[in-house]
Design a protein around this ligand. Sequence first.
Ligand SMILES: [Zn+2]
Length: 259
Amino acid sequence: MILASLTWSEAAKLGERERVAVLPLGSTEEHGPIGPLGTDFIIPDRMAADIESRISDKVVILPTLPYGVAPALTSFPGTVDIGYEAMCSVLKACVDTMLRCGVRRFLFLNGHGGNTAAIDTAGLYLYHKGGQAAEVDWWVLCGQMKQEWLCGHGGGIESSVAKAVRPDWVHPGALFESQVVHLSDRLRNTHIHNVEFQGLSVKMIRDAADSIPSGDAGYGDSPSRVDEQLGAEILRAVTDYTVDFIEEFLTVNLSRRHS
Ligand SMILES: [Zn+2]
């Protein structure tokens, strides 16, 4: 079911059967040379629509949240950062709304890593009210499925999946050279805030405009390899997995609690 399509009296009956509330969320932020600003929310938005078409009676899909927590990216034009506190407030409001409808299982279908701290906070908030939350990060899933699907920020994998969702929003012709400014010769950035030292990773926080001036970084995932067919394959794989996960989530007994 799609929450926005229901009347309030239909919403009142959502809890008459077990279902999972699904909130697609992401960010409006820079995504490298070719990725659209909406990359992080259009992907979960599409996944949620596909999930709804397959298991409509087991889910209720909330409207997609297009803004997120992205304070390191605001030097790039077009990035919207609503901050951690605002994000927590919105997520808790969504959780409370579903609880009032009798829905206690909640899946955050996430497209942006910066949202995770707020999702953790809202998830524990739900747990203490008798519910259970889950977070699916599609780009983490695909990197675990196949080594060659490791997904950097604004790189080839993410842009490919964005192109599978909105072919008209990704323009390979806009490509320019990727640029990473390492913190020093021996502290080399492997991602926006991650540097490698003696083969291991440490976080060193900078404004992303200083560490990744082209806006893309991570795992050698160049935006030059954008491929719509590959994006469609990844989208299908992570959506299939999420459908299976939701079916399993529905079997979890919520009455068990630590004292
Ligand atoms: Zn992204």
